[in-house]
Structures are given as structure tokens and as C-alpha cells.
Design a protein around this ligand. Structure first.
Ligand code: HEC
Length: 506
């Protein structure tokens, strides 16, 4: 039966049932109800071939045990960065409660940066609205826990190409563009953090693999939790509320890693994500309609299970391809459709009560009434749902019945510590360029920074000039903001990115 007609019928019955009893309605066949344990379990996803992590209670340890017994203590008034600089790989650095105004760069392996919490007082990194980033690291086997981070302009905790990380129990408040942003890493845990007031994504997993995002409290941001160009990720047991969009799994076109797949979003509270969008104009997240609970854009094999999704005014779950999304340019190398999306049992209540014009138009076209819990636009192949009768859906006609009902057998996608990632030659410049510079510079257009074409004309065959500038930018143009220093990139990477920038052609 055609779904649109199915919902039309149900609606008519409900209207009549409110007043008089009408013969016929009560005779509608009860739907088949599929319980969560009543069929096969999910077997898709990831095969770790013997390298799976052994669980240790609720906390997941992927960085391995401390590499050495060395412990250094940083007292209030001292510099954390100095301690990091003097530390041998494998050092645990404990930071006493107090206020620290600095940026911490970690470019060696095995550093465990641990805040000491004393009767609720934390080691607090305060950027005073002036500093760009709080903690940046490129090492492997890094632990960052127990800090409070506030008033930075760029990132709270960001990593570039480090594997085996644990970011845990941090409090990140009003901190610029990204709260926690691991990029290009494998095997990481982001858990028990409280994050709010972030202009782009509170938790942004970018171009990474084997990631677990759990037990975080994420609110008052544009995007709550983002799984972008990443694979084998589980997002579970998070509380995500009063953001513009709650939990997002998607592909951003144009990045060096072209896919997002194998993502399980389960047992989260996704509540009232209706915050007006305050993302930077032109950014991907600035296109998210306020009131989106869960968004799947172009990502494949996303399982949505056991979430409580309520009070999101546009819709509970929005599934879209690239073609229908705002602020997205198509990348011929990224497949634009969300395929094999699997919607299992979720508790959905009061979503879609004040939805956007596009959804209303789609509903009118499909003759669907009510407030939409789940909306699909664009193409999607081999997607499925169970118990669809529970929700008001639009665009799900070709979703089949799923042949499994739960993901109980997939505890996590984490691994015992993996070897460091190696990035060679030309890739180094390209990855830094696309991961960092392209956020502010496009080839021809004005973005946050001037067009790359202009920079190419200025610097032509002088990559060293760019490398020097970005380490210590000076104010050049009245009509642009200041460029933040990129001195956390080592010298070789700065030169590689400069060379890459000079030969970019589009
Ligand atoms: C957060 C935004 C931002 C990021 C990220 C960024 N830039 Fe910039 N960039 C700017 C802004 C703003 C200016 C203009 C500054 C001015 O004119 O005072 C600029 C200017 C420049 C210039 C022009 C210097 C000159 O002499 O006129 C170069 C070169 C440059 N950026 C290179 C880079 C490279 C390489 C990267 C990546 C490693 C990068 N930028 C990352 C914002 C950014």
C-alpha cells in the first residue's frame, strides 16, 4: 500500500474517533509490531580481525597504559606548555586547579594531560576571548581529561592525525568554533564531556575511523555531535539538547577523505534542538534548519536505534542527499546519496510541530498530514525501518523492513592501540590545506580570509614567504579580520601547506 494513503486513512479515523464511534475505523488491521529483540542482530560494519578492545567497565581505554612512570605536576601560575615542551614521550602531566591563559601544543606521543579536580575546582584554560585554541595535539596515544576550557576563539581540544586518543571529562564552555575536534585519527574515545555554546560543532569527529562518542552532555551549540567523513563510529548515550541540529552524520564534499559510513547512533536523548542557527555564514552547519534532531546527509550504513527523540520542531530525523542540502557543493568523488540507512525502534514524541516550508511542501505533495517525525529527501537505496506505523514519516515509501532489530552484538568499534599514522610528502600539505586553510580560504571567493587566487599572485614562487607569514601573521587588510597563527604546525608542514596552496587550481 502507498504510505501517503495509509496516513491519510489513519488521520480520518482519528478525527472521527474523537467524537462519535464510526464503524469501519476500528476494523483496520493492527500493524505488525517488531520488538527490538525479536529478529537478528546487526552484523554490518566493521571486522577488527582480532584487534578488538577489551572493555574495562564503562570507560574505554584506547591509549594504552602509561608508557613510563614519569609524572610532572604543573602548579597554578606555571605554564602547561613549558611542561609539555620539557616532557619526554610517555610523561603524565598533572595540572593543579587554577587558571591558565595559554595554548598547549602536544607534538609527541604518549602524553597524558590530566587536570586535577580538587573539591570541584578544576584546572581552567581561559582564552579570555583572545587566544585561538586551548589544546592542540598531533601526537599518538594522547589522553586529555578533567579540564575546564573557556573563552577561546577557535578550538577547545583539537587533534591532527594522532591515533589512539581519549578525551574525557572536560568542561568546555563558550569556546569558538569547535569544542572537541579530533581530525584524521584512528581509534579514539570522546566521553563524559560537557560542552556548550559552540558556533559550529560541539563535538566534531572529522576524517577519522573507529571512534566512540558516549555519555556527553552537549547543548546550546549549532551542531551537537558531528560525524563527518568518518567511518566505524558509535554515538551513544549522549544528551543532546537545545542545539540547532542534534546529531549529524554526513559527508562534507571536497575533503581528502570522501566517505562516511558505518555509524551507529543509539540510546541518545535528542531533545528540543531548536536553537536559532548562529553558524558562520557560508559554513556547512549554517544550512541546518533549527529544530533538526538527527541529520543524515549522504552518509551510508547509518543505524538509528533506541534514541529518545522529542520536541525537535523541524523534524526528528532528516535524511537528505547532497543535492537537497543548503550550502553544499557537489564533489564528483563523493557519492551524494544516503544509502542503507536503518531506522530501528526509537521513542519519538512531538517532533516537526513547526517545520520548514520545504518539508510542508513535500508533505502536501505526498498528501501526508500531521507533524513529521522522519523526513527523507533525495535518493536513498536499500534503506529500511521497523515499526514505521509509530511515526509520521514523509518520503519513506521505498524503505523496506529491516532484517535485524538491534545492534546488541556491536559493543564498539574500538581497537587495541594501533600504530601511529604516517603522512608523507605531498599529502601532508594537502591534508593540512583542506583540513585547516580551506575553512577560511576558497579559490576565487571571499570567505573569512582573502581568495587563494590573490594569495597566489602575491606569493607566486615564494612558498617560504607563506610559511613564515602563517607562523606569525600580521594584520594586512582593514576589511578582513586577523588571521590566527598556525604555529602549531611544524616547520615542514607549514612549508608543505604553503607549496600546496600555491598550486591549488580551484
Ligand atoms: C580562521 C580563518 C583562517 C584560517 C584557518 C587560515 N587563514 Fe589565512 N587568512 C585569514 C585572514 C582573515 C587573512 C587576512 C588577514 C589580513 O589581511 O590581515 C588571511 C590571510 C592569509 C594570507 C595572506 C598574507 C598576505 O601577505 O596578504 C596567506 C598567505 C594565508 N592567509 C595563508 C593561509 C594558510 C596557508 C592557511 C592554512 C594553514 C590559512 N591561511 C588558514 C584567515 C584564515
Amino acid at each position: 500500500m502507498n504510505t501517503a494513503r495509509l496516513f491519510g486513512l489513519a488521520f480520518t479515523c482519528a478525527v472521527f474517533a474523537a467524537g462519535i464511534s464510526v464503524g469501519g475505523c476500528g476494523e483496520q488491521a493492527a500493524p505488525v509490531i517488531t520488538g527490538s529483540g525479536s529478529a537478528a542482530t546487526y552484523e554490518g560494519g566493521f571486522s577488527a580481525e582480532g584487534n578488538t578492545l577489551t572493555l574495562d567497565g564503562n570507560t574505554k581505554s584506547v591509549a594504552g597504559p602509561p608508557m613510563t612512570d614519569i609524572v610532572v605536576v604543573v602548579q597554578d601560575g606555571e605554564s602547561i606548555q613549558e611542561a609539555v615542551q620539557n616532557a619526554a614521550p610517555g610523561t603524565t602531566i598533572q595540572v593543579m586547579p587554577g587558571t591558565y591563559h595559554e595554548t598547549v601544543y602536544i607534538d609527541k606521543d604518549g602524553i597524558r594531560l590530566v587536570g586535577v579536580i580538587d573539591k570541584g575546582r578544576r584546572a581552567t584554560l581561559d582564552g579570555q576571548g583572545k587566544l585561538n585554541d586551548a589544546i592542540l595535539y598531533s601526537g599518538n596515544n594522547i589522553v586529555v581529561e578533567n579540564f575546564k576550557i573557556t573563552a577561546y576563539k577557535g578550538n577547545g581540544i583539537m587533534s591532527q592525525a594522532g591515533n589512539n586518543w581519549e578525551i574525557r571529562n572536560n568542561l568546555i564552555v563558550d569556546t569558538g568554533v569547535y569544542g572537541i575536534f579530533p581530525q584524521l585519527g584512528q581509534n579514539g574515545v570522546v566521553e563524559h564531556n560537557i560542552i556548550s555554546g559552540i558556533e559550529d560543532a560541539a563535538i566534531y569527529v572529522g576524517m577519522s575511523d573507529n571512534v566512540h562518542v558516549a555519555y556527553n552532555d552537549v547543548f546550546d551549540s549549532v551542531a551537537g555531535i558531528e560525524i563527518e567523513n568518518s567511518r566505524h563510529a558509535i554515538v551513544e548515550a549522549n544528551r543532546v539538547y537545545n542545539n540547532t541540529g542534534g546529531i549529524l552524520a554526513f559527508i562534507t564534499p571536497g575533503l581528502p577523505i570522501k566517505t562516511t559510513y558505518d555509524v551507529i547512533i543509539r540510546n541518545n536523548f535528542v531533545v528540543a534542538n531548536n536553537h536559532p542557527n548562529f553558524g558562520a555564514p557560508g559554513s556547512t552547519v549554517s544550512g541546518i534548519p533549527a529544530g533538526t534532531g538527527i541529520l543524515v546527509m549522504a552518509a551510508d550504513d547509518v543505524v538509528i536505534e533506541g534514541n529518545i527523540i522529542r520536541d525537535n520542531k523541524t523534524t526528528g530525523i532528516l535524511i537528505t542527499d547532497h543535492g537537497n542540502a543548503a550550502n553544499v557543493t557537489i564533489d564528483p568523488e563523493s557519492e551524494p546519496n544516503p544509502d542503507r540507512v536503518k531506522i530501528l525502534n526509537n521513542t519519538m514524541l512531538n517532533n516537526g510541530y513547526d517545520t520548514i516550508g520545504d518539508v510542508k511542501a513535500l508533505m502536501a505533495l505526498k498528501m501526508t498530514s500531521g507533524h513529521p517525525d522522519i523526513v527523507r529527501v533525495g535518493k536513498s537505496q536499500d534503506s529500511c525501518i521497523i515499526n514505521r506505523h509509530r511515526y509520521v514519516t514523509v518520503g519513506l515509501e521505498d524503505f523496506g523492513e529491516c532484517d535485524f532489530t538491534n545492534t546488541y552484538q556491536t559493543a564498539n568499534y574500538l581497537l587495541a592501540p594501533v600504530p601511529p599514522r604516517e603522512i608523507h610528502g605531498e599529502d601532508r600539505g594537502k591534508i593540512a590545506y583542506l583540513g585547516i586553510c580551506a575553512g577560511c580560504h576558497t579559490y576565487t571567493g571571499r570567505m573569512i580570509g582573502p581568495p587563494v587566487q590573490i594569495i597566489q599572485a602575491l606569493y607566486m614562487d615564494n612558498p617560504q614567504g607563506i610559511a613564515d607569514y602563517i607562523a606569525e601573521p600580521t594584520k594586512k587588510r582593514d576589511d578582513y579580520p586577523e588571521m590566527p597563527p598556525q604555529d602549531y604546525l611544524d616547520e615542514a608542514t607549514r612549508l608543505a601547506v604553503a607549496e600546496y596552496m600555491l598550486q591549488v587550481k580551484k
